[in-house]
Design a protein around this ligand. Structure first.
Ligand SMILES: Nc1ncnc2c1ncn2[C@@H]1O[C@H](COP(=O)(O)OP(=O)(O)OP(=O)(O)O)[C@@H](O)[C@H]1O
Ligand SMILES: [Mg+2]
Length: 263
């Protein structure tokens, strides 16, 4: 579905991305609305992580372009935050939880600046939002996977961006952490920020997101959830695992979303 030009957060124009000359994303052409909680859904290997990496300028594009708030990424980078699928940084050197969250501030401060008292307060506030303030002095390497996930979310929040790309923030977290994260994301979109989340669970996707991108190397559909989670599109993306699909359509039928009227 098309978004009015003034309401576009991200535009993908005829995007093709390849690894070793083999395309994994073909001709992705879509616009995504500002202020929405957007889910990128598709099977393993569908190109979900590749899509957000290409939007973050982390991969060479074979063709096409991505524009964010109608600008090139370099002009808006400070306003765009990215949480990778798994932390690839080696946290063996001693780094406290607070320091990790403060890294979110450097996007604003520049790498050489020293964080001020205000930055520390903001970082603590972000830790509190994800329920991790009691761990601020702990080494990041000494936290569980789910706790680390919360800290990386706090780091993204500390950047105070307008657009967030998050790769599977709900992977491997318990139910309490899941609702804590969801609440934080909903709060961001309530403030008019745009949140784009890679997610692979269809059932919870039906509950979480206002807008869904269904991806399997090609763009299957992008739009409000009730237009995208149809049997036809889901079959096209997942290749006919019918039991899952009919459960999802039941969920959609039951769901009454006030945000539906937004688009
Ligand atoms: N660095 C790389 N070099 C070569 N091929 C890659 C590389 N990264 C990913 N791929 C391939 O590109 C395709 C898309 O990968 P991607 O990581 O974007 O999928 P995904 O949808 O995020 O999957 P998952 O649900 O497993 O995270 C896959 O076939 C994968 O094997
Ligand atoms: Mg991935």
């Amino acid at each position: 579905m098309k978004v009015d030009a003034k309401d576009v957060a991200v535009e993908f124009h005829d995007l093709t991305v390849s690894y070793d000359k083999k395309p994994v994303l073909w001709n992705i052409d879509m616009t995504l609305p500002k202020g929405a909680l957007i889910g990128i859904i598709g099977p393993n290997g569908a190109g979900k992580s590749t899509l957000i990496k290409s939007a973050m300028g982390l991969l060479p594009l074979s063709s096409g372009y991505v524009r964010i708030f109608d600008k090139a990424l370099d002009d808006v980078r400070r306003w765009v935050s990215y949480v990778p699928q798994r932390e690839t940084v080696d946290w063996d050197f001693p780094t406290s939880v607070l320091d990790v969250v403060l890294m979110g501030r450097y996007a604003r401060l520049g790498l050489l600046a020293r964080p001020k008292k205000e930055d520390k307060e903001i970082a603590m506030n972000c830790l509190q939002k994800v329920g991790m303030e009691a761990y601020s002095k702990r080494q990041i390497s000494q936290l569980s996977g789910g706790q680390q996930q919360r800290v990386f979310l706090a780091r993204a929040l500390a950047q105070e961006a307008d657009l967030y790309f998050m790769d599977e923030p709900f992977a491997g977290v318990d139910a309490a952490t899941e609702s804590a994260i969801l609440e934080v994301l909903q709060e961001l979109t309530a403030q008019g920020k745009t949140v784009i989340v890679v997610h692979h669970d269809l059932q919870s996707a039906a509950e979480f997101f206002d807008w869904i991108i269904l991806l399997n190397m090609r763009l299957i559909a992008s739009g409000p959830i009730d237009q995208v989670f149809t049997n036809e599109y889901l079959q096209e993306a997942y290749g006919g695992k019918l039991t899952v699909l009919s459960e999802v359509s039941e969920l959609i039928k039951k769901r009454r979303l006030p945000s539906r009227e937004k688009y």
